[in-house]
Design a protein around this ligand. Structure first.
Ligand code: C2E
Ligand code: MG
Ligand code: MG
Length: 281
């Protein structure tokens, strides 16, 4: 039974009344173990440069091999965020992805959870990962979301978190890494968020792309977001590109980059290695 719902969106449960709590605790313990025993792995989804055809950039996506079963991040990232394990997970991904990026000769994107972006240590984590891997900083892109940048609740702790996040982003950019705003356009404060955040890349939320060829309003939104990004000197990436028609439309509209099942699915490292490094036309 749900005992209390905090404003933060985190729910607190009464263990004696909620048998689901047992499952959650067991899952958290198993995740902790997986991290120690190296049962976590990264899959990579290629990102296509729509103007040059280059495919030398990929997003690292976390996967958990749990007794032979593949567990997707949606099933364990929220748990990791609740239990405080997310910092260790993000750190693991940073180290692994930068090492593998060097081995593959790729540019790499890594997702950073809001909690990690609020941690003063994150700059040091990234600096260490770059140093250990030898990856050129400009070849690492960190993906953040609007959630990490909200400071509009009036609560002083949130304001401090937002300030810490902005300070971290500035320090990260000073290292030479790039910052992407993920799922841009899906939240409710993305415009003001964009104004105050140092970023290099806008990853447009996939909902707009789904409307290409179907809904003129989505197409107009896409054109506007592309113009907005370019006007601010940013690169613009379309997420969730599934069809050749969408790909063609986006290239025509001047979008810089595309990612989605229509370009490439997320795959293990060994399979990415066999993929072509560019797609002509
Ligand atoms: P995201 O960063 O928005 O990642 C994109 C998600 O959309 C991935 O799901 C990807 O497999 C999926 N996707 C890609 N192309 C298409 C498409 O054309 N159609 C559809 N329907 N889906 C597509 P995935 O791998 O399950 O990841 C889900 C979310 O989990 C990510 O969303 C990200 O927020 C989080 N996540 C994944 N890996 C990490 C990680 O290493 N650290 C952190 N903090 N979060 C992660
Ligand atoms: Mg992402
Ligand atoms: Mg998403």
């Amino acid at each position: 039974r749900r005992a209390k719902q905090e404003d933060s969106g985190f729910a607190f449960y009464r263990p004696d009344y909620d048998h689901h709590t047992q499952d959650r605790l067991a899952l958290q313990a198993a995740l902790h173990q997986a991290l120690k025993e190296d049962d976590l792995t990264l899959h990579y989804q290629s990102i296509l440069d729509l103007q040059t055809g280059a495919l030398d950039w990929a997003e690292a996506l976390l996967r958990w091999y749990r007794v032979g079963e593949l567990v997707m991040p949606g099933a364990f990232i929220p748990l990791a965020e609740e239990s405080g394990l997310i910092g260790s997970l993000d750190r693991f991904v940073l180290r692994r992805a930068t090492l593998e990026a060097v081995r593959l000769g790729l540019q790499i994107s890594v997702n950073l959870s809001p909690k990690s972006l609020h941690a003063p240590e994150v700059v040091e984590w990234v600096r260490q990962a770059l140093e250990e891997s030898g990856l050129e900083p400009a070849r690492l892109c960190l993906e953040i979301t609007e959630v990490a940048l909200r400071g509009d609740s009036g609560a002083s702790t949130l304001q401090t978190e937002r300030e810490q996040a902005i300070a971290n982003l500035k320090a990260l950019r000073a290292l030479g890494v790039r910052i992407a705003l993920d799922d841009f356009g899906s939240g409710y404060s993305w415009l003001s968020c964009l104004k105050h955040t140092p970023v290099d890349l806008l990853k447009m939320a996939p909902t707009f792309v789904a409307g290409i060829g179907k809904d003129p309003r989505d197409e107009e939104m896409l054109r506007s977001l592309i113009a907005l990004g370019h006007g601010l000197g940013l690169k613009v990436l379309a997420k969730g590109v599934e069809t050749p028609e969408q790909l063609g439309w986006l290239r025509e509209a001047g979008c810089d980059l595309a990612q989605g099942y229509g370009v490439a699915r997320p795959v293990p490292l060994e399979i990415l290695r066999m993929a072509p490094s560019s797609l002509a036309g």
